[in-house]
Design a binder for this molecule. Structure first.
Ligand code: ZN
Ligand code: ZN
Length: 344
């Protein structure tokens, strides 16, 4: 099969013919219909993720059709499925208490196992997967497994956002845009922060109540002004020191910071602890979403409660993935890229 392989960090992915994946007993092989290009992949591509090495195939935001099913698989050949990026084992205490996104035996294709920047991907623990709704395009569905589910879990489970609260969103990439759209659906008021004007106007057109450019103004100060004392919830959706500090500094007393952005580099940052201490903030980390929450989220999307189509900006070929990763070195345009042509 054709795959985009990491050979040297910061260099174009190598488009190679590699062996087809063998089917796990407890899972399936999918023919990949679509795979999102995510900022987490960028961290791997620059050498900042310990599980991305020479020979890795990235790609953790995928959906596709079952072409082979193992003896113990839940699904069968022909099923169209979406995968959450964290595949919980199903047997450990975390999985059995509904927290499969914290499973210590979890497998994440694209990070330590071959991912979906390829024509086929092996997916063990297929009980984590869900049927792709007929009304949803694979390109849109591909982004669900990572950014939308992560944002949904951050808002509903970690921050427990309530209608009428102010939610600040730092960074308007995939996670940030999902957070905006989902927080609005929950009845929150949302302020987005970015450094690209085009992304700010895009966010305003999608219902953001305010949009701030952190390159030209002090985002935390402005958020405290606009909200009359600070946001109740702040989503950090980039993973760098500046946005983490802006996030804790923009919060009201007893506010909740949710850290969603994969921390850059070794993850060590200088954080304004005085803000956390004196405002008695909660500081949540979060990663992924337990797969049992998928059906409710999908049904809200299917019923039209929230329109996620603005998240998808462009469909690209496998050989274009390198250019998408390269572009993430600097500010990127609104919306995300999804690979839908695995021969192009
Ligand atoms: Zn992702
Ligand atoms: Zn488990």
């Amino acid at each position: 099969m054709r795959a985009a392989v990491v050979r040297e960090f910061n260099e174009d992915l190598s488009i190679e013919d590699v062996a087809d994946p063998s089917c796990p007993r407890n899972g399936v092989v999918l023919e990949v219909a679509a795979c999102g290009v995510c900022r987490s992949d960028f961290h791997g591509w620059v050498g900042g993720h310990p599980k991305v090495v020479n020979g890795s195939v990235m790609g953790h935001e995928y959906c596709g059709t079952v072409v082979e099913a193992g003896a113990q698989a839940k699904y069968k050949v022909g099923d169209n499925l979406i995968a959450p990026f964290i595949l919980g084992c199903g047997d450990c205490p975390a999985c059995q208490t509904g927290m499969s996104n914290t499973c210590e035996s979890a497998i994440v294709p694209g990070f330590g196992a071959p991912g979906a920047y390829a024509q086929y991907v092996a997916v063990p623990y297929d009980h984590n997967l869900v049927h792709l709704p007929l009304s949803m395009s694979p390109a849109l569905a591909a982004g669900l497994g990572c950014r939308v589910t992560t944002a949904w879990h951050a808002l509903t489970d970690r921050a427990n956002v309530r209608a009428g609260e102010w939610v600040a969103v730092h960074g308007t990439g995939g996670i940030g845009l999902s957070s905006l759209l989902l927080a609005k659906m929950l009845g929150a008021r949302v302020i987005v922060v970015d450094i690209v004007e085009e992304k700010l106007s895009h966010a305003l057109s999608l219902g953001a109540d305010a949009a701030l450019n952190a390159a030209s103004e002090n985002a935390a100060e402005r958020i405290r002004e606009i909200t009359g004392g600070g946001a109740q919830v702040s989503i950090e959706a980039l993973g760098i020191e500046a946005t983490t500090n802006a996030s804790v500094e923009c919060l009201a007393t007893l506010g909740r910071h949710v850290h969603v952005g994969l921390p850059a580099g070794d993850g060590v940052m200088q954080i304004n602890m005085r803000a956390i201490y004196s405002k008695q903030l909660s500081f949540f980390g979060t990663r992924g979403m337990p797969s049992w929450k998928y059906p409710n989220l999908l049904s809200m999307i299917e019923r039209g409660e929230v329109d996620l189509s603005p998240m998808l900006d462009r469909e690209v070929g496998l050989s274009d993935a390198s250019a998408e990763l390269r572009a993430m070195r600097g500010p990127t345009p609104p919306g995300t890229a999804v690979i839908t042509d695995f021969l192009g």
